[in-house]
Structures are given as structure tokens and as C-alpha cells.
Design a protein around this ligand. Structure first.
Ligand code: HEC
Length: 156
């Protein structure tokens, strides 16, 4: 069967709501702070914020926030099962600098474009067809990302 141009365009218009082609315009949230990757690292804390290691420890084990334990083992007592999709994070701060940890939490696809790890402070315009409640949002706030990093740098 061959489609004429007109029919093809009609088909595209009909499919647009299904494929999300009309939903590409995602605005950056007003409070989004931009960041820069240099030498596979992000030196500057997001929005210039200070992280809090105790809050970070709560965020990594909260399945509604970081949910890191779904994929990583962390030295947190009382957790029955850890995910093994990602490497264990014990000793992460002796393998990487804070800036190298930051890029991996913010958007690790800058290191590994095929990574399945969520970019917790990825530019929301790059997130592929998010569900409506998540549109234009980062998975964690800048403060939460800095808290998580403050916790991870204690893991020597
Ligand atoms: C869906 C699974 C998944 C989740 C959720 C996840 N990660 Fe990852 N993470 C990975 C995988 C897989 C890797 C291995 C590198 C890669 O494939 O990008 C990784 C790598 C890392 C690394 C680098 C480790 C190394 O030794 O090189 C750090 C640090 C890290 N993750 C921290 C976190 C933190 C903190 C969270 C929660 C805020 C988190 N991850 C959530 C899957 C995940």
C-alpha cells in the first residue's frame, strides 16, 4: 500500500496525541539552577547550596525520593534488601571526588549516555515524555541533591 503525502500528514496529525509530538514544550522551572560539566565533574554545588549529610542519608533510603537502595547497596543498618543493578556505594568517596560524585547524581548520562540511573537534576526539558505530574520538574530539588552528595562524601 502506498500513502500519498496528504494522507501521510493526516496520519501524523492523528497520531500526534498518542506519540507525544505535541507535548514537547516543557518549560524550565523558575528555580532551576544551571550547572556545568568540566572534566567529567561538576565543581560548583547546585545553586551554591550547602548539603546536609543527615538529611541526605534519609533521602537515599526514601523510596519516594532518591530510592537509591532499589539499585545500590549502602552502609545503612536495618535495610533488608538492596538492589544490585548499580555498584555498591560503600567507599564511594575514596574512589571519586565530590565534584565527580555530583555529576553522577545530577545527570550521570554525562558520563555514560546509556545509563539507566535517573538523572536526579537533569534538565527537565531533556526528560523523555514524563508523566503530567512530573513535567518541568527535576526528580530531586537542588537542595536534596546537595544533601545526598554531602552524605556520599562521608562514605570513605
Ligand atoms: C534504576 C537504578 C538506579 C537508581 C534508582 C540509582 N542508581 Fe546510581 N547507578 C545505577 C547504575 C546502573 C550505575 C552504574 C553506572 C551506570 O550504569 O551509569 C550507577 C552508578 C552510581 C554511582 C557511581 C558508582 C561507581 O562506583 O562508579 C553513584 C555515586 C550512584 N550511582 C549514586 C546513586 C544515588 C545516590 C542514587 C539515589 C539518589 C542512585 N544512584 C540511584 C543505577 C541506579
Amino acid at each position: 500500500m502506498s500513502l500519498r503525502a496528504g494522507q501521510f500528514i493526516l496520519l501524523l496529525v492523528a497520531l500526534a496525541p498518542v506519540t507525544g509530538m505535541t507535548e514537547n514544550a516543557v518549560a524550565l522551572p523558575d528555580n532551576y539552577c544551571s550547572w556545568e560539566v568540566k572534566d567529567y565533574a561538576i565543581e560548583e554545588p547546585l545553586c551554591g547550596l550547602d548539603g546536609d549529610a543527615l538529611r541526605g542519608k534519609q533521602i537515599v533510603s526514601d523510596s519516594n525520593l532518591g530510592n537509591c537502595l532499589a539499585c545500590h547497596q549502602l552502609p545503612i543498618p536495618g535495610i533488608e534488601a538492596y538492589g544490585t543493578i548499580g555498584p555498591p556505594l560503600q567507599g564511594i568517596a575514596s574512589r571519586y571526588t565530590e565534584a565527580q560524585i555530583r555529576v553522577r547524581i545530577v545527570d550521570t548520562r554525562n558520563i555514560n549516555p546509556m545509563s539507566i540511573m535517573p538523572g536526579f537534576y537533569r534538565d527537565p526539558r531533556l526528560i523523555n515524555r514524563p508523566g503530567k505530574p512530573y513535567r518541568g520538574k527535576t526528580f530531586l530539588t537542588a537542595q536534596q541533591v546537595e544533601d545526598v552528595i554531602a552524605y556520599l562524601v562521608t562514605l570513605k
